[in-house]
Design a protein around this ligand. Structure first.
Ligand code: DUC
Ligand code: ZN
Ligand code: ZN
Length: 469
């Protein structure tokens, strides 16, 4: 069964060309010049998808999601099924989620539990990173085995003392392990010990509203932790990937390290480009709880948004992920109605990443190619899935999105597919629309209808990062 996606403009990380894409089974088999003899003869026997006037882009790769993740008092509200279905609606065809070893837990058991939840329940393909929340002899040796099993990246936390935090000794040990096994360290870079003290002091003063989450998670404590992580990675000789980078100061640290030639990378997320401490986290009443995430939203008066866009343009920031970690207001976010420390941390956004970052193309912040590179190609390369994922080329999985630049998308909790009772972007109408989504050769979204199934998505055994010097 062959399909010819015909007449569209194929966007890659390096350019944009009118081209026809031939799909056979689950794979892309050719990218053809329109009107060429070979394209004409392919058209005779293939099913045709007319992409005239559309961008044809590789399916999005979101390397930072948290589906049905236990965060203590509650569980993130998207299951693997609902979250990956929402991702598909938004043009994302691969996610990499997290298995979490908390303090005192076994890596293997935590991983098995996550795999049991994910396998057979994903509408799109998925990979897994491992959170190491208790670096010890056993977890260090498990890391080597995991790399061989396709889990080649390990998230550590410099925040959340007593639950997930690794101290500098543990961080260095894990980095040394990755120097040996080729894995990538992903870092939540915030000084959690200092943050917890400030939070305690704020609550003692009666400052319990959601906005205080942003006040106590000071930018300086993200910059300091980012700097420390970079220096430890230099000593440990491991590659380092900073997750959910939110501020100018942290960006400066990453930029400087990259300028010096270090294998230091960073992602940011749409919420740090569009939302702010004042307008969102500081919304009246308890509304701000919708925007409680860590790292936090930053002040709109301090140029963070502008600097992050600059970072995306200059490759100081290499990846856009969502950190999709959804919670409902009702029964979840409202756990912290009297104390911002009890508001579950996270914003759901897996469905809107491609659309939201496309706005950077519309406003001239980034090029079409950079959009594709940030949302698909680099994340696939960074985490060892390229060229199976993140590119339209012969041999790649036929994960393809037809994007209509002339249509618009309105974002609302009434119409989104994430299991959330609010949207962080409620009511906005933006340019562009995901029109058709193909995952491994199967059309799973078209004509505003989902045709996929939760048994379609497969586990991806990832290789080592292909983005290193
Ligand atoms: N870090 C994440 O990556 N996601 C949710 C909360 C957090 O602290
Ligand atoms: Zn984190
Ligand atoms: Zn996260």
């Amino acid at each position: 069964m062959t399909t010819l996606i015909s007449g569209g403009k194929v966007i890659s990380a390096t350019g944009a060309d009118l081209a026809d894409v031939l799909v056979d089974g689950e794979k892309i088999v050719a990218v053809l010049q329109p009107g060429s003899d070979i394209a004409k003869s392919a058209a005779e026997s293939a099913e045709i998808i007319d992409a005239t006037g559309k961008y044809v882009i590789p399916g999005g790769v979101d390397v930072h999601t948290h589906m049905e993740t236990d965060v203590g008092p509650t569980v993130s509200s998207d299951t693997f099924e609902s979250g990956t279905t929402a991702a598909a609606w938004g043009g994302t065809t691969t996610i990499v989620d997290f298995a979490t070893q908390g303090f005192g837990e076994q890596v293997r058991e935590s991983l098995d539990a996550t795999m049991a939840r994910a396998e057979g329940n994903c509408a799109i393909d998925f990979g897994v990173h491992m959170v190491i929340g208790d670096v010890n002899e056993t977890s260090l040796s498990e890391m080597d085995k995991l790399v061989d099993e396709g889990i080649s990246s390990f998230k550590l936390f410099m925040a959340y003392p007593g639950r997930l935090l690794s101290d500098d000794r543990q961080i260095l040990l894990a980095m040394q392990q990755c120097a040996g096994n080729g894995g990538m360290i992903m870092m939540h870079a915030e000084n959690g010990i200092a943050i917890d003290l400030l939070a305690e002091q704020a609550v003692a003063r009666g400052e319990t509203d959601p906005v205080n989450h942003g006040y106590v998670r000071r930018e300086a404590l993200e910059s300091e932790a980012t700097f420390r992580a970079i220096k430890l990675a230099e000593v440990g000789a491991a590659p380092l990937y900073i997750v959910h980078l939110s501020s100018s100061g942290a960006l400066e640290q990453v930029s400087r390290a990259r300028h010096d030639g270090a294998n230091v990378f960073a992602e940011t997320c749409p919420q740090y480009l569009y939302l702010s401490l004042e307008d969102h986290l500081g919304a009246p009443g308890f509304e701000g709880a919708k925007y409680v995430c860590s790292t936090p939203l930053r002040s709109k008066h301090e140029h963070h948004h502008r600097d992050l866009w600059n970072g995306l343009r200059t490759n100081a920031l290499s990846v856009i992920a969502t950190d999709h970690c959804p919670f409902c207001m009702n029964d979840q976010k409202d756990l912290g109605v009297d104390d911002f420390r009890s508001i579950p941390n996270g914003i759901g956004g897996v469905e809107h990443r491609i659309d939201l970052i496309y706005q950077g193309v519309v406003t001239g912040e980034i090029s079409l190619s950079r959009w594709v590179e940030l949302c698909a190609t680099t994340p696939a390369r960074m985490f060892g899935m390229y060229p199976q994922k993140g590119t339209i080329q012969p041999g790649a999985d036929a994960d393809i999105v037809l994007y209509d630049p002339n249509a618009t998308t309105t974002i609302s909790a009434d119409t989104h597919h994430m299991n959330m009772d609010y949207s962080a972007y409620e009511g906005i109408t933006i340019d562009g629309k995901v029109e058709t989504v193909m995952s491994r050769g199967t059309v799973i979204v078209s004509n505003d209808t989902f045709h996929g199934s939760a048994s379609h998505g497969r586990y991806i055994r990832r290789g080592l990062s292909q983005y290193l010097n």
